[in-house]
Design a protein around this ligand. Structure first.
Ligand SMILES: Nc1ncnc2c1ncn2[C@@H]1O[C@H](COP(=O)(O)OP(=O)(O)OP(=O)(O)O)[C@@H](O)[C@H]1O
Ligand SMILES: [Mg+2]
Length: 220
């Protein structure tokens, strides 16, 4: 689904630098892969590279036979919007908009008609268990419901790949488990490839494969 070949990325700040990679990784279609590692080990960096949020300095990131690093900014934007769904620890919902509007957002960037977009958004909201909350604003939802809302927004465009960066980090243990169960069932039902970054090894149980990253490279 997504393949990394010798991907490298160096961040520089003043005299300090931190290097990711070289890292190679083949993510299979439909796979549920958990990425673990300590804070600062490079989990988010890997997700950002896979999602076309940042570009590597060298190496290739292949999606459907194309190296996404060769894409123009516009094409990379389409890649993120059409093929990738993102879920973050901090939810990143837009506070002044309703759940329905938040969920619709990714579809408004596409050329699909309003009523179809509306239907898809309602379907996604129902799928994550928030039917009836369409008109609520994020502040009127609990933490777990906000993460469900963020998942509805991530899946509304039916992306092939879902990238979840510490999606349970702001939730209590029980609610976190429910969110992982939801992500896992989306992976199983829709063969949506799922890449989950987490500190919590107990959340990795339902995944097909677990990788540990340390200082920008895989460790055993
Ligand atoms: N845009 C950036 N500019 C400079 N340094 C960065 C940038 N993004 C990440 N880094 C550095 O890269 C390293 C890896 O960061 P990354 O966010 O990938 O870690 P992480 O494993 O996701 O950590 P956490 O578990 O705390 O989220 C860190 O040392 C971080 O400071
Ligand atoms: Mg991170």
């Amino acid at each position: 689904m997504i393949t990394f070949y010798d991907v490298e990325k160096t961040f520089r700040r003043g005299n300090e630098s931190w290097k990711f990679g070289p890292l190679s990784l083949e993510i299979q279609k439909g796979e549920f892969l958990t990425l673990m590692g300590r804070s600062g080990s490079g989990k988010s960096t890997l997700l950002h590279l896979a999602g076309g949020v940042i570009r590597p300095d060298s190496g290739k990131i292949i999606f459907q036979n194309e190296d996404i690093n060769t894409f123009s900014e516009i094409k990379l934007g389409h890649y993120r919007n059409e093929h990738i769904g993102f879920v973050f620890q901090e939810f990143f919902l837009m506070g002044e908009f309703s759940l329905l509007e938040n969920t619709l957002m990714p579809l408004l960037l596409r050329k699909i008609n309003r009523s179809e977009a509306m239907q898809n958004a309602k379907k996604a909201i129902e799928r994550v268990g928030l039917a009836g909350k369409e008109n609520n604003r994020p502040a009127e939802l609990s933490g777990g419901q906000r993460q469900r809302a963020a998942i509805a927004r991530a899946i509304v465009g039916e992306p092939e790949v879902l990238l979840a960066d510490e999606p349970t980090g702001n939730l209590d243990i029980e609610t976190g488990k429910e969110i992982i169960d939801l992500l896992s069932s989306l992976n199983k039902e829709n063969t949506m490839t799922l890449l989950l970054a987490t500190h919590d090894a107990s959340l990795a149980d339902s995944s097909d494969r677990q990788l540990v990253i340390s200082n920008g490279v895989f460790s055993n």
